[in-house]
Design a binder for this molecule. Sequence first.
Ligand code: PMP
Length: 417
Amino acid sequence: MAIPSVHPAVSGGHVDWARIRADFPLLQREVHGKPLVYLDSANTGQKPAAVIDAVDDFYRHHNANVSRAVHALGSEATEAYEASRRKLAKFLNVRPDELVLCSGTTFAINLVAYSWALPRLKAGDAIVVSRMEHHANIVPWQLVAQRTGATIKVAEIHDNGELDLDALYAQLTPEVKLLAVTHVSNVLGTVNPVREICCEARKRGITTVVDGSQAAPHRPLDVASIGCDFYALTGHKMAGPTGTGALWARKETLDAMPPFIGGGEMIKEVRFDGTVFNDAPHKFEAGTPNIAGFIGLGAAVDYLSSIGMANIEAREQTLLAHATEELSKIDGLRIFGSAREKAAVISFQIAGAHSHDLATLLDLEGVAVRSGQHCAHPLLQFFGVAATCRASFAFYNTHQEVDALVAAIHKSRRLLG
Ligand code: PMP
């Protein structure tokens, strides 16, 4: 069951992408009698057999709770769970004891909001949030602002979907205590220069939270070198199971934060006259975690590493270039976001066609795209649109699938009149 360190489809500088694609059982199915063209990986990624097998193997052969039992299964489960933490830490180039395992980015950011921000912020403080954030990196800050009296300031974007960096840096005035910014936009694909942004924030003593949900699955990451204070990610977009994710922060930052959720696993000793909490990261991991999910995430990290994140990024850039070129040829099609550094996500609209209607017709052709507001209402408000369609690509997609999307758009358009 061990995943090889180099995938057999990778040799020298060459990757046999057709062979990689064959690792994903679901991609072989049909939808409405047509081959599935799955272009919704920004929403959730498909899983390779190695991940599905790892989860299956855990339940068949090792299932037990972690950190509690001394019996063989208990230690196997604990070892496998902690091995996943180490794998993910290596993948991100951080220390395992600085990685809090949690259900995903939403939980990770709420942990920062409730455990770091809530006890520290007060009336007169400000939180800067970028216009292109997912709701998971907006709403927790609004909740903190409501309870502390802090205010929210919005870091605006240019029409091409890049952050207005000059305006952002000008906004980083002394009352700003926290800056929340995404590494990669889930709607526009914009890759933000998070290292530079965090450096500017740090100079001013501002704590930074980076949402890495759309970065971790698609590019080599060196979280330690970004210079942020918190980095959040979600496992289900990076070939892992749903309900897995992580929050990275320096050990001293985690040590200085109170627990967020109380219960078992997060304590050293419980007495009615006072409880001694476990050390970080465990003090943030109350209750039974998604053990099988994290074992799957460990396998996902091994799997992605066996292909190589640089290969994955390069592959997805060729798909993005091809899709951008072909979609741009379609009359009346508008693409939202043309950042100079962009991940393989294309949000678009067709003049006269409602995005949900278009997505429904594309689905009948087997093409799965997301339509709607992509959990980013303020961003769509900036562009003055109610919804877009979004095609998001992963390394397992093919150039033929890009062509299938284009053909399906032409056909749907005829039907929409
Ligand atoms: N941030 C971004 C940029 C995302 O794309 C998503 C998932 N759509 C999230 C946060 C939330 O992730 P999760 O629901 O897995 O917590």
